[in-house]
Design a binder for this molecule. Structure first.
Ligand SMILES: Nc1nc2c(ncn2[C@@H]2O[C@H](COP(=O)(O)OP(=O)(O)OP(=O)(O)O)[C@@H](O)[C@H]2O)c(=O)[nH]1
Ligand SMILES: [Mg+2]
Length: 217
């Protein structure tokens, strides 16, 4: 799928000459957590989902992209982390933090519940416009990640991968890891290096989010 960029209201740095705004998303706030499809907020406007293995760095990536410290974590009271968390960005545009997968200490029935919740989310959600997949650059793609990509591909939702924790590898090793993932996926997804710690790849990630939220498809 080819996406064409078009402005849909993001307040970019360039609109604030001389100073850096607190956040490109000054209205951003937590909407709700959901444990079942009937608890999702209305399926209107556009949203981008963030997925990844448990502990891959999803919340940290969201905080950097939205440019707010502890933003994603404000919804992370115990118990909520395993839910689908919806965040308002601006005028009917949302970011959705999906439950982390691959968490070992979980019962089979819970695991099945999340599997159904995720597959239902992808198959039913009309406002879903893109998937940001957070992958630890040292672990590369796992079968969980591949399954998640398959959900997105089945409904023709474009995928962008953040190879995060890039600060943990030397530049050469990080570049090799990026190439390996690009080689595996070809044009099935775009891929970049990212580090929440060093804020590496921050603007590239935000541009992809905006492309997904705004593109004419
Ligand atoms: N060095 C480094 N550490 C990171 C980076 N991103 C996240 N971390 C660390 O990795 C751990 C997990 O980060 P989270 O953002 O909570 O990961 P998550 O995917 O939201 O985790 P769950 O919600 O529990 O599935 C934390 O200790 C973070 O500080 C990064 O870019 N570099
Ligand atoms: Mg998290």
């Amino acid at each position: 799928m080819t996406l064409k960029p078009s402005d849909c209201g993001a307040k970019l740095y360039t609109e604030f000459p001389g100073h850096t705004p607190m956040s490109q998303y000054p209205e951003a706030h937590f909407i709700k957590s959901a444990d079942a499809g009937n608890q999702f907020p209305p399926d209107t406007g556009r949203e981008v989902a963030v997925a990844g293995r448990s502990n891959a760095g999803k919340s940290s990536a969201i905080n950097v992209i939205v440019n707010r410290r502890q933003f994603a974590r404000t919804s992370k009271t115990p118990g909520r982390t395993r839910l689908v968390n919806f965040f308002h960005l601006r005028d009917d545009r949302r970011l959705v933090d999906l439950p982390g997968y691959g968490y070992a200490r979980v019962s089979e029935s819970k695991r099945r519940h999340w599997g159904d919740l995720l597959s239902g989310y992808f198959s039913d959600r009309q406002s879903l416009r893109g998937l940001l997949m957070i992958v630890d650059i040292r672990r590369q793609l796992t079968d969980y990640d591949r399954r998640m990509m398959a959900f997105a591909e089945a409904v023709d939702v474009p995928v962008h991968i953040l190879l995060t924790k890039a600060d943990k590898l030397k530049r050469g090793k990080a570049a090799t890891a990026l190439l390996a993932v690009q080689k595996e996926l070809g044009d099935r997804a775009t891929v970049q290096q990212f580090s929440a710690l060093k804020k590496r790849g921050e603007s590239e990630a935000r541009e992809m989010l905006e492309l997904f939220l705004c593109a004419q498809q």
